[in-house]
Design a protein around this ligand. Structure first.
Ligand code: ZN
Length: 314
């Protein structure tokens, strides 16, 4: 059976776009590889942070909806994204985050990996996880990052889901998406894709009494899983359909092709193709510097730019 390859990107909801940029580029030192707009709501930015080249699997993206209420934690949502850092680098990170006044929790061990949980300026749960296998992934360090090369974030490691019913989601992950159950610890069940590279893990926690979670600032909007190409995407889409979910048709996102569907517990998933990638419409040396619109929004550029807040690189 064809499995997804791991996380392609994770998209979350932020408050102020400038505060989001200051944190992810200025404090975490990720590269803003694409400054675009939400294709369904072009008056809102869509900001993409990744490694220097925007490799699939390194990419954390945000819709800054400053007017939106904070999210409500509960089941049916992805509750945390973890980012891979090189083994031995959490001392560096702990000190740096403290110096920048970031809300950091005590160091944990998760499935044998040291993890440093933190909240971003808008309440999003993020964890930095020391990941041995992140060293072997496609990754290009960013030489203008404030973070020394040996400590830079190397991409997505995993995501957490909170669910009302573990079994429904677990069956869907294993039967439709190709995950295998790899372990359980402190109430979290871990699923992984064999041979997956970045973001090969998803951890699920059953919490039937927590109430339904709701999107808002500080919540994860969706998890996108990597597929090789359109044929692979259609094959997984078919199994998603057979698994009882209702996937959208293939949508052209210009930098990749996407299919969206809710998993049985309600978390929004996406299948995104590896290519063509972020360099398709920008010089790789100048990614993220100017507002990039997909061709079909180009005629509306003036009115779109007029409503977007001006962003200053940190
Ligand atoms: Zn997406």
């Amino acid at each position: 059976m064809q499995t997804v390859r791991g996380l392609h990107h994770v998209t979350a909801i932020a408050g102020s776009a400038q505060e989001n940029l200051d944190f992810y580029a200025g404090v975490l030192g990720m590269r803003l590889v694409k400054k675009s707009v939400n294709q369904d709501d072009p008056g809102t930015y869509h900001l993409f942070y990744a490694d220097a080249e925007g490799h699939p699997g390194t990419d954390l993206t945000f819709f800054p909806w400053a007017q939106m209420a904070p999210s409500r934690e509960g089941y049916g949502l992805s509750s945390e994204v973890s980012l891979a850092v090189p083994p031995g680098s959490l001392d560096f990170w702990g000190e740096r985050l403290q110096r920048h006044g970031v809300n950091v929790s005590p160091l944990e061990s998760r499935f044998g990996q040291p993890a440093l949980p933190l909240r971003d300026p808008h309440g999003l749960h993020v964890a930095l996880v020391e990941s041995q296998d992140s060293l072997g992934r496609p990754f290009t360090s960013w030489d203008q990052s404030p973070i020394p090369k040996q400590h830079q974030i190397r991409g997505l490691e995993s995501a957490r889901l909170v669910e009302r019913d573990l079994v429904r989601t677990s069956s869907f992950l294993t039967e439709a998406m190709g995950f295998a159950h790899v372990g359980a610890e402190n109430g979290w069940n871990r699923y992984g894709v064999a041979g997956g590279k970045s973001g090969a893990y998803v951890d699920v926690y059953e919490s039937p009494t927590s109430g339904r979670g709701a999107w808002g600032t500080g919540s994860i909007h969706h998890l996108a899983w990597r597929v090789d190409d359109e044929a692979h995407q259609l094959e997984v889409r078919q199994r998603v359909l057979e698994g009882g979910s209702r996937p959208t048709p293939v949508i052209d996102r210009f930098w990749f092709e996407s299919v969206y569907f809710p998993e049985p517990g309600g978390v929004l998933f996406e299948l995104a193709t590896e290519g063509p990638g972020f360099a398709v419409d920008e010089d790789p040396a100048h990614l993220g510097e100017t507002l990039v619109l997909p061709p079909w929004l180009e005629p509306e550029r003036a009115s779109i730019e007029a409503v977007l807040p001006r962003l200053v690189m940190p």
